[in-house]
Design a protein around this ligand. Structure first.
Ligand code: AMP
Ligand code: MG
Length: 335
């Protein structure tokens, strides 16, 4: 299987493969034509650059012009793993990978199938998440098949993704380094190795002209189920969601609630799905995209979601949830 998949990559085809974050849609990262096929298959805007995936450290110096000291420290601490770093790009990296930027995003994944595939291909593999553009990222091979069936040459099934949210992206070309996308590797985990790390302010709020995210992909609507998603915050969230659900049901709407293990028994709605435990935010990260997809599958019209802390492990979860809700919040005490 791996040999066959590697052969497809070497000859300019597309292979979807599992990683520890989400499934990736891979192509030869040095072949502009092959990379263009990724954009076509996903319906991805051409200014949203791809991440180059490597499976041995030697490969890094071929695709970047410079490896800053902070990068070396983060690589020692967190590679292979769910951390993407932004470097000045080498000439060999085509514009089709970087969306015309002078920088390139690189990651060394830890998933055994991803590693085996990249090693067998002997190439840097360009890969974004293997979903249709705008949809939640795939955390199962079945999600990839649902979105991209017929548009990829092969899908490798590696079971459920361990982390379930895309990698943390850190720009190490600036000082202090800056988180452009929050993920499993948090600011708190990295700071002991490199000192203060900044966070792109645009990831906490709705992107606007004045507040443009530094990772081009972060400005797009994302992770959107077909239902209208609302985030409900404040005290007595459960009571507020139950009241909102009853109002919507009275109008004939099918109502979903994105709940937690702690709260799921307390809701009355058409579809109540637990996204994991508040005591274990990693479980929430691992389940979030699967649960958002399930609301679609069960044809919810409206989804009310609980919120999580905007810090630590919660930051990556809230960044994705806010996007899926189009940044719409409802204050529980106003319901
Ligand atoms: P995906 O793998 O689907 O999550 O997409 C890759 C993400 O990496 C997108 O959000 C891109 O905007 C981001 N990215 C890729 N290359 C760069 C770069 N050179 N500078 C900043 N962000 C990047
Ligand atoms: Mg993506």
């Amino acid at each position: 299987m791996i040999e066959q998949a590697a052969q497809i990559l070497k000859t300019g085809g597309l292979v979807a493969f599992p990683t520890e974050t989400v499934y990736g849609l891979g192509a030869n990262g040095l072949d502009a034509q092959a990379c263009k096929k990724i954009y076509e298959a996903k319906g991805r805007p051409s200014d949203n650059p791809l991440i180059l995936h490597i499976a041995q450290l030697d490969a890094l110096s071929e695709i970047v012009r410079e490896i800053p000291d902070t990068a070396k420290k983060l690589i020692d601490a967190f590679w292979p793993g769910p951390l993407t770093l932004i470097f000045p790009k080498a000439d060999i990296v085509p514009d089709a990978v970087t969306g015309g930027l002078d920088t390139v995003a690189v990651r060394f994944p830890s998933h055994p199938v991803a590693m085996a595939l990249i090693q067998a291909a002997g190439l840097p593999i360009a890969a974004p998440s293997a979903n249709a553009s705008g949809k939640p990222s795939p955390t199962r091979a079945s999600h990839v098949a649902y979105d991209l069936d017929g548009r990829v040459d092969m899908i490798l099934d590696g079971g459920a993704a361990e982390w379930g949210l895309e990698s943390t992206i850190v720009d190490v070309s600036q000082n202090p380094p800056m988180i452009l996308r929050p993920g499993a590797i948090t600011k708190e985990m990295m700071e002991p190795f490199v000192g203060t790390i900044a966070i792109d302010p645009a990831i906490l709020d709705k992107p606007t002209e004045g507040l443009r995210p530094k990772a081009p992909g972060m400005k797009y609507t994302h992770y959107s189920p077909k239902a209208d998603v609302y985030l409900v915050r404040g005290i007595q969230t459960i009571e507020a969601i139950n009241r909102l659900a009853a109002q919507q049901q009275a109008q004939g709407k099918k109502v979903g609630v994105l709940a937690t293990e702690e709260s799921k028994a307390k809701y009355q709605a058409d579809i109540v799905l637990s996204v994991g435990s508040r005591a274990d935010l990693e479980s929430v990260g691992a389940n979030l995209f699967r649960v958002l997809r399930k609301f679609d599958f069960l044809e919810a019209d409206v989804v009310y979601a609980e919120v999580f802390p905007l810090e630590g492990e919660g930051l990556a979860i809230m960044n994705r949830l806010q996007k899926s809700a189009g940044y719409r919040y409802i204050e529980a005490d106003s319901v």
